[in-house]
Write a protein that binds this ligand. Structure first.
Ligand code: BGP
Length: 471
């Protein structure tokens, strides 16, 4: 739709922010009282950064927050490392961990940056994994106790709480991110059972927040996108709808409305991979809705009808954004109208507008974009600068589409691009950078970990100053 009366402007309290996650940015793994997480147990290919030092944010958070302030951030979305608080996932507390997050939050508040906390971003405590991880219902109560502990400490300073980052990525692509030590030996039914337990844990935290901490707001953070049909053949449209439902709305529907999406459920039952659900579970899921929805949006995908055999599975390497196909469900296709990043992720700003419309019309809840960004092998030039104009153009186009989505009627409350500062990618090392702030290290050497503002830093700073007035 084209608008005759001009575009809506971003609301005055719009949360211009940026994101990170604990294990990808903090470091501080040894000598800090932190327990091991499943991420600490991963092995890394030779020559690729591990997460031990990451961007050393654990030791340099004050300097980083000062840079966030200079950038003009109104919000900073970060995650708390569960095993930094409870080294064993439950029970004894690590006081140094509490102190670290208390200091970080105080520093943010002092600088008038709204802290947005993700409770759990891929890094389950290893001690819980040893007793079954998300396959065990014990993890549900451990998560609730962990959330209660943090809310008790920080609810007066932190309004926005995200429960679980990208549950759909953990369930559908556990191999890519390394979030399930049993993969590939784990069945799809077991993964869906884990997912069900995550939904329950999340619903318990919604309830906890609404009953005990009513000044706070809570929401899920699902990786959400739109699937295009490869041609106007109706069969392609069905395939695109199949995969969009199974990958995105199958998760959002439970997280928001507390019910399994009928198509996603049928897909699981047919393949004998559905979770076991009790009637008590159903009432827990249905008891309460979140206050807002956070979405992580990077790319769209294009989908054709399945041929029903193994030729549906693409030979390329898949990950959370690169679809592979599934016989009887969908086949991945290329989109001749869209470019990709150097890492093969489709760049589609208009798809963001479409996705925002779809999420809002379905759920009628405020939306926070909790991730969106472009991974690229940025280069520090001899003049000491990083000319990431491709990232500026990526953000420019996406923000234009956000403004259109707001004009369409979507209630968008904030934008937290990935990432505030360079950090370690989930599975592609340090060369794949996302930050507004460059960190002087690479996969093979920690160098001096110096912080350097990229061109995109100055661009975003100016954009925030003008409250997103892009034209
Ligand atoms: C999301 C994750 C993030 C982040 C981002 C970029 O799926 O929530 O943790 O890393 O993707 O992905 P990557 O690091 O794989 O490039």
């Amino acid at each position: 739709m084209q608008y005759q009366q001009g575009l809506a402007t971003f609301p005055p309290d719009f949360l211009w922010g940026a994101s990170t996650s604990a294990y990808q940015v903090e470091g501080g793994v040894e000598g800090t009282g932190k327990g091991r997480s499943i991420i600490d147990a991963l092995t890394h290919p030779e020559g690729m950064a591990d997460f031990n030092v990451a961007s050393d944010h654990y030791n340099r958070f004050k300097e980083d927050v000062a840079l966030f302030k200079e950038l003009g951030l109104k919000a900073y979305r970060f995650s708390i490392a569960w095993s930094r608080i409870f080294p064993d996932g439950i029970g004894e507390v690590n006081p140094k961990g509490v102190e670290f997050y208390r200091n970080l939050i105080d520093e943010l508040v002092k600088n008038e940056i709204e802290p947005i906390i993700t409770l759990y971003h891929f890094d389950l405590p290893y001690a819980l994994q040893k007793i079954g991880g998300w396959s065990s219902r014990e993890t549900i109560s451990a998560f609730e106790a962990y959330a209660d502990f943090l809310l008790n400490l920080f609810s007066s300073k932190v309004t926005y709480w995200l429960t679980i980052n990208e549950q759909n990525t953990m369930i559908l692509h556990p191999g890519a991110i390394g979030t399930d030590p049993d993969y590939p030996m784990i069945s799809k039914q077991a993964l869906n059972q884990q997912s069900h337990h995550m939904f329950l844990a999340q619903a318990k935290v919604y309830q906890l927040i609404h009953q005990k901490y009513p000044m706070c707001k809570v929401g899920p953070a699902i990786n959400t996108t739109s699937m295009y049909q490869a041609t106007s053949r109706p069969e392609d449209a069905i395939a695109a709808h199949n995969w969009e439902t199974i990958r995105c709305y199958g998760f959002l529907e439970v997280a928001v409305n507390g019910r399994y999406h009928p198509l996603a459920w049928r897909y699981m039952v047919d393949r004998e991979i559905a979770p076991i659900i009790t009637s008590e579970d159903e009432s827990i899921l249905q008891a309460i809705r979140p206050d807002f929805i956070a979405i992580n949006y990077y790319s769209t995908a294009t989908i054709a009808e399945s041929k029903g055999d193994s030729s549906d599975i693409s030979a390329r390497a898949g990950d959370q954004q690169i679809m592979l196909g599934e016989p009887g469900v969908y086949r991945a296709a290329d989109n001749p109208f869209l470019d990709t990043t150097p890492y093969g992720w489709v760049v589609d700003p208009v798809g963001l507008r479409l996705t925002l419309r779809k999420v809002y019309e379905r759920y009628n809840l405020p939306i926070l974009i909790s991730e969106n960004g472009m991974g690229a092998p940025d280069k520090l030039e001899t003049d000491g600068r990083i000319y990431d104009f491709y990232r500026i153009s990526f953000y420019h186009e996406h923000i234009k589409q956000m403004q259109l989505a707001i004009t369409d009627g979507v209630k968008l409350i904030g934008y937290c691009p990935w990432s505030a500062i360079d950090l370690v990618s989930t599975h592609q090392g340090y060369a794949k950078r996302y930050g507004f702030i460059y960190v002087n290290r690479d996969d093979n050497s920690l160098k001096d970990l110096r912080r350097i503002k990229k061109e995109s830093f100055f661009w975003y700073q100016n954009l925030i100053r003008k409250n997103g007035d892009i034209n």
